[in-house]
Design a protein. Structure first.
Length: 219
């Protein structure tokens, strides 16, 4: 019976991860196509559902611990699933932040997302997908690989922000556009941080050892 519970928990977390990944993909599509309707769908429809799913998985984990009183690796899997569930909800929040910044950006003719940011988005999504794949297969090597990529993402974010700051801005439109692009870049970097958190949790599930790349408490 406990095996059935664990299988259902893993299925639920993977399903939730797939939903959040779809939110991120729609964010990038919305930015690419300047599709305000798609970005509003993320904010008004998808994000509330993401919040509901997080609570459902939290409740399932807590009730499973109360019912089965697991120990060892099974308890480790449940606790880490709780943490991963929370990180997935936070990624959904960052998708909303990106969508909101995109809507602000689209108010102005100059509001075009740079190729650098799209490259950053692709990098963040790849880290997220690899982190979830590592969870699906309890693959500690893939989890380690995700953690090792995080520094590169930080450097890319820093480079993009410095590039924005080096360009003179004079009008309100230019300032608003620059701010929106910085916010998008910053939130993509946070998505990568959370993907790293997930990978760290997977490593702990698979090996029982703790690796901490960085803290993201201030996200």
């Amino acid at each position: 019976m406990i095996d059935n519970m664990m299988n259902e928990l893993k299925r639920s977390v993977l399903s939730y991860a797939s939903f959040v990944k779809d939110m991120m993909n729609k964010c990038i599509e919305g930015l690419s196509k300047r599709d305000s309707k798609l970005l509003l769908n993320i904010i008004n429809d998808l994000e509330p559902y993401a919040n509901i799913k997080e609570l459902e998985i939290d409740e399932y984990c807590i009730s499973s611990i109360a019912q089965f009183q697991p120990k060892g690796k099974i308890l480790r899997q449940i606790i880490m699933s709780l943490k991963i569930n929370n990180d997935l909800e936070r990624i959904a929040d960052h998708a909303v932040n990106i969508a909101e910044a995109g809507l602000e950006l689209f108010k102005y003719p100059l509001g075009v997302v740079s190729e650098e940011i799209f490259s950053m988005a692709s990098f963040a999504n790849s880290m997220f997908e690899d982190a979830i794949a590592s969870f699906s297969y309890e693959d500690s090597d893939k989890a380690t690989s995700v953690c090792e990529q995080d520094d590169n993402m930080d450097k890319l974010n820093e480079k993009i922000i410095l590039n924005f700051l080096s360009v003179p801005v004079n009008s309100v439109e230019e300032k608003s556009t620059a701010l929106s692009l910085v916010l998008i870049s910053r939130n993509l970097e946070r998505v990568a941080d959370l993907a790293t958190n997930i990978a760290e949790d997977v490593y702990y599930i698979a090996t029982g050892k703790v690796i901490k790349h960085k803290s993201s408490e201030n996200l």
